[in-house]
Design a protein around this ligand. Structure first.
Ligand code: NAD
Ligand code: UGA
Length: 463
């Protein structure tokens, strides 16, 4: 089938950027991104393209080029489903917060609702593409819903997981390492795969488009995230050993990364990985493994999360210990709140957990992040339900400039690796702080020797 009309359900961090790039590269295809969240759709349609809801370098230009030409954002879900030949499902699949599998399994209620809505609305044959990250064999459940509640319409289900990373989403989409498409081995399944291959082939070299069966595709996505997160936990485990032995984690990472079998990426020691997916996807993997009775497999992967939790806690505990075993009434400046640089996404950011620990110790947090606003910070803390919203409000303030955040602080903690932090006038910050002036660099971002020369007591991860 030659695709001329695509619908994407879910206008989030994946749906928005992915569809913008498809629209840019396929001017002959009409792409409509729909969402139930009216304010999110309104923001995607914001007159000033700098006010779209997701910050990603280069995204606003692409949206400006394509919006209302062949890219549309709408809340009219049924209309978009009806018109499309191919429907991406790109809704959120968070960890369950209730019932069986609470805290572990992926919550598939949004996925199921999409399937039911498609089944209700569709009047002609459609290709349904799982873009969300899903437990292996979810396509089976989707197929059962679509085939049993539909009106005789034929559906083909493909798995096409997304591998973009936030902060580099546009580059990752324009130049992906690979595009993975899983489908049924039947002739109809192969035809559906080919239709989607033709969409990507508008800009992705064919040799980078990988075709597999559905289950391999679903499981490959979870596996990729588990392997990436495992590398971060592995280097972070070594960072603790470095701190005890006077080895330096940056030197160790460089030395092992030059081994071409290991490779240099994802070896940056940090305060701990965050983001909406690593933890969620590993927990999901652990849950599935346990469900099959594979307890050793489950324990093996769970340790990646245990290590990450330990790393976050260790960072806050070290701040308290270094500041003479008390931060009560002290001002700790936080530089960064997003889970990594170049994004406004804060989901599962290490900063949230470090702040929560320090507030438990009665510290006051003064936060500056170039892309994160006060309301988001408060909502992240309130979500933990550690204390009342009014207590959080009292303990955390946000600033729109870093110098004000650091003034009269006892310590600065760096939680996100924003490039701009490296360019600050650190002497000016030092002069405005209480002495001794401490810097806890949770991202190994700054030049330690220079910081010490200014007068800071400077600590980084793993040295
Ligand atoms: P998100 O929360 O930013 O966006 C999901 C959107 O879906 C929300 O705006 C929500 O309102 C909408 N939605 C939910 N149910 C709906 C329904 N029934 N009808 C219409 N809209 C509905 O999530 P995200 O970060 O874009 O992630 C989406 C999926 O992609 C997840 O499964 C995630 O694991 C996966 N993923 C995310 C990333 C990433 O970098 N964020 C990367 C790869 C894969
Ligand atoms: C990750 C994967 O990299 C993507 O391929 C995947 O599509 C995505 O998850 C997803 O499924 O959601 P993302 O979470 O956006 O992307 O960002 P990463 O660059 O992977 O960083 C994740 C976390 O690990 C961040 O907090 C980052 O600061 C941290 N990290 C990363 C380190 O601490 N050290 C490193 O060396 C690398």
């Amino acid at each position: 089938m030659k695709i001329t009309n695509i619908c994407c359900i879910g206008a989030g961090y994946v749906g928005g950027p992915t569809m913008a790039v498809i629209a840019e590269k396929c001017p002959h295809i009409k792409v409509t991104v729909v969402d139930l969240n009216e304010s999110r759709i309104a923001a995607w349609n914001a007159e000033d393209v700098n006010n779209i809801p997701i910050y990603e370098p280069g995204l606003n230009e692409i949206v400006a080029n394509t919006r209302n030409k062949n890219l549309f954002f709408s809340t009219e879900v049924d209309k978009a489903i009806d018109e499309a030949e191919l429907i991406f499902i790109s809704v959120n699949t968070p960890t369950k917060t209730y019932g069986t599998g609470k805290g572990m399994a992926a919550d598939l209620k949004h996925i199921e609702l999409c399937a039911r809505q498609i089944a209700k609305v569709a009047k002609n044959d459609k290709i349904i593409v799982e873009k969300s990250t899903l437990p292996v064999r979810t396509a089976e459940a989707l197929k059962s819903i679509l085939d049993n509640t539909g009106n005789g319409v034929q559906f083909q289900i493909l798995s096409n997981p997304e591998f973009l990373a936030e902060g580099t989403a546009v580059q990752d989409l324009l130049n992906p390492d690979r595009v993975l498409i899983g489908g049924e081995t039947s002739p109809e399944g192969q035809k559906a795969i080919d239709s989607l291959v033709d969409v990507y082939a508008n800009w992705v070299p064919k040799e980078r488009i990988l075709k597999t069966n559905v289950w391999s595709s679903e499981l490959s996505k979870l596996t990729a995230n588990a392997f990436l997160a495992q590398r971060v936990s592995s280097i972070n485990a070594m960072s603790e050993l470095c701190e005890k032995t006077e080895a330096n984690i940056n030197e160790v990472a460089k030395a092992i990364g030059m081994d071409s079998r290991i490779g240099s990426k994802f070896l940056k020691a940090s305060v701990g990985f965050g983001g909406s997916c690593f933890q969620k996807d590993i927990l999901n993997l652990v849950y599935i493994s346990k469900a099959f009775g594979l307890n050793e497999v489950a324990d093996y992967w769970e340790q990646v999360i245990i290590m990450n939790d330990h790393q976050k806690r260790r960072f806050s505990r070290n701040i308290v210990q270094t500041l003479y075993n008390t931060v009560s009434g002290k001002k700790i400046a936080f530089l960064g709140w997003a889970f990594k640089k170049d994004t406004n996404d804060t989901r599962e950011s290490a900063a949230i957990y470090v702040a929560d620990d320090l507030i438990n110790e009665q510290a006051s947090i003064a936060m500056y992040d170039p892309k994160v606003k006060h309301d988001q910070v408060l909502s992240d803390l309130n979500y933990l339900e550690t204390r009342s919203a009014s207590e959080n409000e009292k303990r955390i303030s946000t600033f729109d400039n870093p110098y004000a955040a650091c003034e009269n602080a006892h310590a600065v903690a760096i939680l996100t690796e924003w490039d701009e932090f490296k360019t600050y006038d650190w002497k000016r910050i030092y002069d405005s702080m209480l002495k001794p002036a401490f810097v806890f660099d949770g991202r190994n971002l700054l030049d330690g020797e220079k910081m010490k020369a200014i007068g800071f007591v400077y600590q980084s991860i793993g040295s």
